[in-house]
Structures are given as structure tokens and as C-alpha cells.
Design a protein around this ligand. Sequence first.
Ligand SMILES: Cc1cc2nc3c(=O)[nH]c(=O)nc-3n(C[C@H](O)[C@H](O)[C@H](O)COP(=O)(O)OP(=O)(O)OC[C@H]3O[C@@H](n4cnc5c(N)ncnc54)[C@H](O)[C@@H]3O)c2cc1C
Length: 393
Amino acid sequence: MYDVIISGAGPAGSKCAEVLAKSGFKVALIEKNTQWRKPCGGAVSSRIFKYYPQIRKLNFHKITGMIMYSSDYNKLKYSWEGIKHHSINVDRLIFDNYVRNVAIDVGAELFDKNISYDFIIKYNNRIGIKTKTSSGTKEYLGKIIIIADGMSSKLAIKSDLRDKWKIEELGLVKCAIMEGKNNLDKDCMSTFFKPYKGYAWIFPLGEERFNIGCGTFGEDNLNLNLNQLYLEFINDPNIKKLLPKSNYKEIWKGAYPVPTQGVNDESLYGENILLIGDAAGFVSPISGEGIHAGIVSGNIAAETAISALENDNISNLTLKSYKTHQYIKKIIRNFKMKRSIVDFFFENKGYNFSNMLKLANKDSYIKEKVINMFLYNQPLTKELLLRIKSTNE
Ligand SMILES: Cc1cc2nc3c(=O)[nH]c(=O)nc-3n(C[C@H](O)[C@H](O)[C@H](O)COP(=O)(O)OP(=O)(O)OC[C@H]3O[C@@H](n4cnc5c(N)ncnc54)[C@H](O)[C@@H]3O)c2cc1C
């Protein structure tokens, strides 16, 4: 019998397992496939160093700035070199296995090639999970169950905590890691806001390696063809200036959905169960970033579970303190703010966004506000929103 069973060893599940195992609890970390490279841009903010200080010393690609482009290719550049710590761009296959190993090193037991598909129920109580493996089904018994198996989680739905996401509630995203000589600013991430509900990116991963991708969200998931948008993006003359070669080597490519509605705060916990990471919607509705928020949710869920186990009370009333933790409340608030502004950005084929970048380039006060909104989660004031909308720049 495990103290805690965690389904999914992505960043959220691995951090959760690490914190629990470090405190001496018996943890089973169930993973579908440790050799799967999660489709992802791999951009991780410097906030990661609070949770993994050792990552500073590793060889992940350092980033000290970003360039945001509007749909008509106005751009705003911001460098945080000397202002805050560098962020990193990672290859998810390397990053995910690194954070899994951190958890294993402190005592978490990883069960690879196990696909969790249902709960074990006894006398109406969830007492464990069932998995499929190449040698048949397996059962893992545990006191607390933590769902960390990402946006496609079956257990999250079987738990009755939330419904399956509708297609309009997701982002559909395609990306690749490519290699070859290019004209990218190696210290900077580039993001491209589109005239439809969608955005694209190019994130350097080294001197000649980069991650490139694009996605749609909302009703445009149904209106547009992602493969076509991806081809249009990489062949766009503006992108060709950055990536002039015609035959970049494709190291890897993939496509995957991402939740875009922010945290599902009504469905974070139940009787002896917690939802963390993508499975619970811990993803920024503007940028699609979810690695950091997932790790924070995993950390707080572990602390909540520790306190519940120590007090021998794993009821939903006790586990509620996960949702009311100040860090979780802050993430919920930030993502709600970002969700409220997304439609504004994409109104009139991205006109507002383009206007905002033009104003920010002319006025350092506005630039500061825009940067604070993207990087430090400070909402734009109503006055500024009105000015962006009404100014005919
Ligand atoms: C294309 C794309 C680009 C993105 N770009 C960025 C970015 O640049 N920066 C950023 O911060 N975020 C980005 N995100 C979001 C980010 O990938 C997620 O928010 C983050 O990975 C969430 O971590 P997680 O641990 O909750 O889930 P995941 O990383 O999805 O991990 C879930 C784990 O569970 C395993 N699993 C799944 N089903 C089962 C099962 N049935 N049984 C057992 N194991 C299972 C999976 O194999 C996986 O290891 C992007 C997402 C997409 C789709």
C-alpha cells in the first residue's frame, strides 16, 4: 500500500513525487512512457530555479529577452538581462527525464510503461488505480491519488471532478525541433500573435537548433487547418528572413492540445484525490505556458497530502487547503486576468494587439505596463485598454 499514487510523471507529477518522497512517504509514480517527448515549446521562466536550483548549473539554453510580433509584424523587444535571472529553453525529453530522476533519487518509485485507466473502488471508496502494461493489467493501492497525467487525463474525468474539455476550450498546437544556420537572436524568444485566434513561436535551443510551432484556440480550432497554418508560418517571407534556409533538418515534430481556460478551480480536489498540472488546467490562457504553474501545483498538492497523511485525515475538507493555498489562488487569479484579455488582443484580426505594440514602442510607460502584464501578471488598466482600442496609430 502506497501513501500516494501519482498518475503521470510530467513536470507536475515529478515535482509532487519528489516533495512527498523527500518527506519519507511511500510514493508510486505511474508513467505511460518516459521516452515520449511531450510536444512543447520548452520555454521555462526563471521562476523554475526556486523549485530546481540545480538546473542553473545544467546546460539548458539561456534566454534573456523576448520579441513579440503582431499579426502585421509590428514588434516589441524586451531584454531582461541584468534585470532578472535568465530563463531557459529546454528539450522536453531531457527536461522531463531530469525532473523524474530528481524524484527517483529521493525515493519515489517510478513505474514506466504503465497506462493508468481506472480507479480501484472498494465500498464506494477509491483505493487505488489500475494500469495497462505490456504484460497485462496492474493494480496500485494508495491512500491518496494524485492525477497528473496531462490534458488528456482519463482519470480526471472518471473521478467526476470535471467533464471532458470541449474542443473550443483547448489550444491545438503543432511544433518541431529543427537544426540549421539561421538569423535568430539566440538570446531571445520570438512570439507571433495571429489575425485569427492563434499564435506561433520560434524559441532558440542553441547556436543552430530551435523549437518552432504554432497553434489555434477557441472556435478557430474548428475553422482553420493546423497543418496548413504551420506550413504558411514557416514559409512566410517575414519568417524566411529569420530562417532563410530551405532545408532545415527536422530533429523531431509533434502536435498536442493544451487547455486554454485557466485553472478549473471547481475541480481541484475531492475525497482522497487531487488534480494537478495540465489535468487541472494550470496553463496560461495567453501564452500556453504551463510548466512552471504545473510544478507549483505539484509542490502544493504534495504539501497538502503530507499534512493530510500526518493528521490521518484525507477527506475532501482537509484537501481543500490545496485550492486555498496562496500560490494556487495567485495562479488562478493571474490566469483569470489573462483569459479576460485574450479576446481583446484578437479582436478585429489582431488590431488591438498591433496597436498596443505600436503605442509601447513610442511610450516607455506603456511598454513597462505591457511587459509587466506579460511577465509579472499585472493587469492593464481600463484606461490603457480604452486608449489601445481607440487610438488609430
Ligand atoms: C505544443 C505545446 C507547446 C507548449 N509550450 C510550452 C512552453 O513553451 N512553455 C511552457 O511552460 N508550457 C508549454 N506548454 C504547456 C506544457 O507542455 C504543459 O503545461 C506542461 O507539460 C504540464 O505539465 P504536466 O506535468 O501537468 O503534464 P504533462 O507534461 O502533459 O505530463 C503528463 C505525463 O503523464 C503521462 N501520462 C499521460 N497519460 C497517462 C496515463 N494514462 N497513464 C500514465 N501516464 C500518463 C505522460 O506521458 C506525461 O509524462 C505547451 C504545450 C503544448 C501542447
